[in-house]
Design a protein around this ligand. Structure first.
Ligand SMILES: Cc1cc2nc3c(=O)[nH]c(=O)nc-3n(C[C@H](O)[C@H](O)[C@H](O)COP(=O)(O)OP(=O)(O)OC[C@H]3O[C@@H](n4cnc5c(N)ncnc54)[C@H](O)[C@@H]3O)c2cc1C
Length: 258
């Protein structure tokens, strides 16, 4: 069980950051993951009063507050129109609507979970995280940084004309994915992110003019990742699924044959 002696509703990011420097304190996102664990903390730091629960669409980017829920990603018209419904697709399998109304973008991205559909989806786009002290960092660098006590303020996704598609494979509905795959394309490059390998998502890119077909992309890209085995599937099975999902995503983007 998770226990905290105090619940502190932070009045500012500075207050949240200062409190979070103590190892005995912890920041809460939607508390959906943390509550599953067994921890004793002094203070639980709540960010819900800091106005971080909006998705802003600007001319050049989407700015997504850390306290936005997964349901907000799933139902946001602008985001889904811009990137081919990938936010709907990457969230809709996660537990259920009530859960997705609680779990946050901040908790999902800061957690850097290997199984994360959200991380995989955002990794194929031109995505940045804004940290209170650490500033703005590309997501693909942030995932490899050691976990520290900074506060994730928002996620920024640039509107750079990428079209995208997302697919995951699960053993059973609402389970963690066995593989998660997001493919995006602009005029020059393909961007392929695969997560739940079962390792956390990474991105590889290929020049569009050197990629002959969706099959070619799938073969090249799937062989760039490392895969592991766990109770959900073997490394070989995951590699096979990744190849199929990448190809199907690429076909969806180009309107080609699946
Ligand atoms: C039963 C279950 C099934 C799930 N299935 C899936 C799935 O299939 N696919 C998938 O992608 N995800 C899945 N998830 C994960 C879920 O989508 C969220 O990623 C997860 O719950 C974390 O989000 P949260 O808001 O609950 O964060 P919390 O549990 O509140 O926090 C998670 C971690 O992030 C830290 N944190 C939170 N917000 C911030 C912030 N702004 N700045 C700094 N640190 C912060 C916390 O201190 C904590 O260490 C599942 C989770 C559960 C419990």
């Amino acid at each position: 069980m998770f226990r905290a002696k105090e619940f502190v509703k932070a009045a500012s990011l500075e207050e949240a950051y200062t409190l979070n420097q103590k190892r005995s304190n912890i920041v809460l996102g939607g508390f959906a993951w943390l509550k599953m664990g067994d921890r004793n903390k002094q203070a639980a730091i709540d960010l819900s009063g800091l106005g971080l629960d909006t998705i802003e669409e600007k001319e050049e980017e989407f700015s997504i507050g850390a306290m936005c829920t997964l349901r907000m990603l799933e139902t946001h018209t602008g985001l889904n129109q811009a990137y081919g419904d990938i936010f709907k697709e990457c969230t809709r399998h996660i537990v259920g609507v009530q859960f997705r109304n609680c779990a946050t973008v901040g908790g999902s991205i800061f957690g850097r979970f290997g199984f994360s559909d959200i991380l995989t989806c955002m990794m194929a786009l031109d995505t940045y995280v804004e940290l209170y002290k650490g500033g703005i960092i590309p997501l693909k660098d942030f995932v490899n940084m050691p976990k520290d006590s900074d506060i994730l303020v928002r996620v920024v996704i640039k509107k750079d004309g990428r079209r995208a598609a997302y697919l995951s494979e699960r053993q059973t509905k609402t389970d963690f994915p066995v593989i998660a795959c997001c493919v995006a394309k602009d005029h020059e490059r393909w961007y392929v992110a695969v997560g739940a390998r079962p390792y956390r998502a990474v991105q590889v890119t290929f020049p569009a003019d050197e990629t002959k077909s969706s099959k070619d992309l799938a073969e090249k890209a799937s062989s760039e990742f490392t895969y592991g085995s766990n109770l959900r599937g073997s490394a070989e099975y995951r590699e096979h699924l990744a190849k199929v999902c990448i190809r199907r995503c690429a076909c969806k983007i180009t309107g080609g044959e699946a």
